[in-house]
Design a protein around this ligand. Structure first.
Ligand SMILES: Nc1ncnc2c1ncn2[C@@H]1O[C@H](COP(=O)(O)OP(=O)(O)OP(=O)(O)O)[C@@H](O)[C@H]1O
Ligand SMILES: [Mg+2]
Length: 198
């Protein structure tokens, strides 16, 4: 199956989840993520703002701010295909709809953060395999962004079980994740054992 066929199939299955399924599974995933050693150690984390039927990140963001962690969210530059990390102080007040209707820092609430300051990135995606290979939406935004972080920055991908596929064949720029968290399990991937750069 080609990348675009897998994207289409997984997005269709994810869009078919009910509101209640998305809410329940997201709660289970966020609970597991909050318990991860790497999350607990992180002083500053970047999180995506969920869209459509992505695993919800609202509670993760609220909880992180309440715990005194610094939370960073991406501003999308669609022309340059780049993400600009921005410090989030008030959730959701600092956000307004941006590219594709996804919430992002509102004009005047942009507080740029150096990618090298980020300890952990909560990565969005369409499909993954158990080795941490990742299929995104096809823009290469995260594949351009992740190499700007530190060698020890931890990448965790919240995903529903239906997003885990037997095999995703990575291309030259594809950045794998260290850990997958689903409603059923936590998967530390191959990348975690071999370190960055595969
Ligand atoms: N670091 C990079 N430098 C140059 N081109 C890149 C880089 N990363 C990705 N690309 C290019 O961007 C395009 C989209 O990449 P890909 O299909 O892997 O997107 P994706 O991983 O699904 O998207 P995203 O990272 O936004 O979730 C490809 O043509 C890829 O070669
Ligand atoms: Mg990619």
């Amino acid at each position: 199956m080609s990348k675009s066929e897998i994207r289409k199939e997984v997005l269709k299955a994810r869009l078919a989840l009910s509101e209640q399924e998305v809410a329940q599974k997201s709660a289970a995933i966020v609970k597991r993520l909050l318990a991860l050693e790497e999350y607990r150690r992180a002083a500053i984390l970047m999180a995506y703002i969920d869209f459509r039927n992505e695993v919800r990140t609202g509670e993760l963001i609220r909880e992180s701010l309440a715990m005194g962690k610094q939370v960073v969210v991406p501003l999308t530059d669609t022309r340059a295909k780049r993400l600009m990390p921005s410090l989030l102080l008030n959730y959701p007040e600092d956000l307004a709809p941006g590219a594709w209707g996804i919430l992002e820092p509102a004009p005047g609430r942009l507080r740029p953060v150096e990618p090298a300051k980020i300890d952990l990135v909560v990565v969005p995606g369409v499909a993954y395999d158990e080795r941490g290979n990742r299929l995104g939406y096809g823009g290469g935004f995260y594949d351009r962004f992740l190499p700007q972080t530190r060698p020890d920055t931890f990448y965790v991908a919240p995903a529903f079980e239906l997003q885990i596929r037997p095999e995703i064949t990575p291309g030259p720029y594809d950045c794998p994740v260290h850990c997958l968290v689903t409603e059923e399990r936590v998967i530390y991937t191959r990348k975690n054992l071999l370190g960055k750069g595969r």
